[in-house]
Write a protein that binds this ligand. Structure first.
Ligand code: AMP
Ligand code: MG
Length: 320
């Protein structure tokens, strides 16, 4: 058995997890930065992660004397936050003389979703704070078939929530208010080719905020933006001739988005894999699992962070 310690620190969450090469998850500890006002300020994130990193790693490794490998999120993400996780991983790898693997965070969402839902060749609808991408494996890489042209859907929901005075993270609060309405306000629906854009919708919502109930605003942004996401995902599935959709990213905790994904899949006889919330949000189990897959395929990585690494820059030698 090979046991890997994974460390996640791309943005708001510092996480640590132990996973073995059969996919058994022994621990999945985390501490997430939250704030009542403002968003993710890089220097504050780093302070938060520094404050909690030792406790989170201790919690994840409790009862284990040894592991074989260390992996960490190398990117994409916020530099200040990434540095804390990568430094801890590098330090531990030197101290304990264990191999070190830097993992792409977006790819890790796909790998854990695929493993947990037993879908072998799915398309990932990855919807998180900063990232919104439709990703599929084609020709030796994970390719991006569609993505946001400006902000991620999570950041969009958080920004609207901030305008409504709901605090961060706003996504869950938007979801709760949305459930109280069925009153659809017309908003721009912006799909360009295979990409989506949210900046115009955000401006439009800001103009309408005083004129409508908060519940109706929340309901309408969810209905509009989630429909855009599933339109792109559905077309990517058809284009790639794939039949499995897996969800990843914190926004996919949203029950309305999950319902819409299930409906779209059912209508096309596709399978729809939805991991539990703990593995949809940023988590270290996905970093440990992807680190194991890479290590077993003989992949070596340079230490350090890659804040701007795109999904399709990574050569994927661990699948065929
Ligand atoms: P991640 O970066 O993948 O951890 O996802 C964080 C984002 O997910 C934040 O923008 C949250 O507002 C959003 N989020 C979390 N839960 C929900 C939910 N139930 N509905 C919509 N967005 C959510
Ligand atoms: Mg993420």
């Amino acid at each position: 058995m090979t046991l890997c310690l994974g460390i996640e620190s791309t943005a708001h969450t510092f996480g640590a997890s132990l996973v073995d090469d059969r996919g058994k998850i022994y621990s999945n500890a985390s501490k997430t930065f939250t704030t009542k006002k403002g968003g993710l300020i890089p220097a504050k994130l780093a302070d938060h992660h520094l404050e909690y990193c030792d406790r989170v790693i201790e919690e994840a490794t409790q009862g284990f004397h040894d592991f074989d490998l260390i992996s960490y999120s190398a990117g994409p993400g916020i530099g200040n936050a990434l540095r804390i996780g990568s430094s801890m991983a590098l330090y531990l790898s030197k101290l304990l003389k264990k191999p070190l693997i830097g993992v792409n965070h977006c790819i890790a969402h796909l790998e854990i979703g695929s493993m947990l839902t037993k879908l072998e060749n799915p398309i990932l609808l990855y919807v998180s704070g900063a990232n919104t991408q439709v990703i599929a494996y084609e020709g030796g890489r994970y390719r991006i078939f569609g993505e946001t042209l400006d902000m991620g859907v999570g950041n969009f929901l958080d920004s609207v929530a901030r305008e409504l005075g709901l605090g961060f993270p706003g996504g869950p609060k938007v979801m709760r208010l949305a459930a109280k309405s069925k009153n659809l306000i017309e908003l721009p629906y912006v799909v360009k080719g295979m990409d989506i854009s949210l900046g115009g919708i955000f401006t439009n919502v800001k103009q309408k905020i005083e004129l409508h109930m908060r519940e109706d605003i929340c309901y309408s942004i969810q209905e509009t933006v989630f429909a855009m996401l599933l339109e792109v995902a559905e077309r990517a599935l058809a284009h790639c001739e794939k039949t499995e959709l897996v969800l990843g990213g914190g926004v996919c905790c949203n029950s309305r988005l999950q319902d819409m994904a299930k409906k779209m899949c059912k209508a096309n006889s596709y399978k729809c894999g939805i991991p539990k919330n703990d593995f949809l949000v940023d988590n270290a189990a996905m970093i440990a699992w992807t680190g194991l897959l890479m290590h077993q395929a003989g992949v070596k990585t340079e230490p350090g962070i890659r804040p701007y690494e795109r999904t399709d820059q990574v050569e994927v030698s661990w699948r065929n």
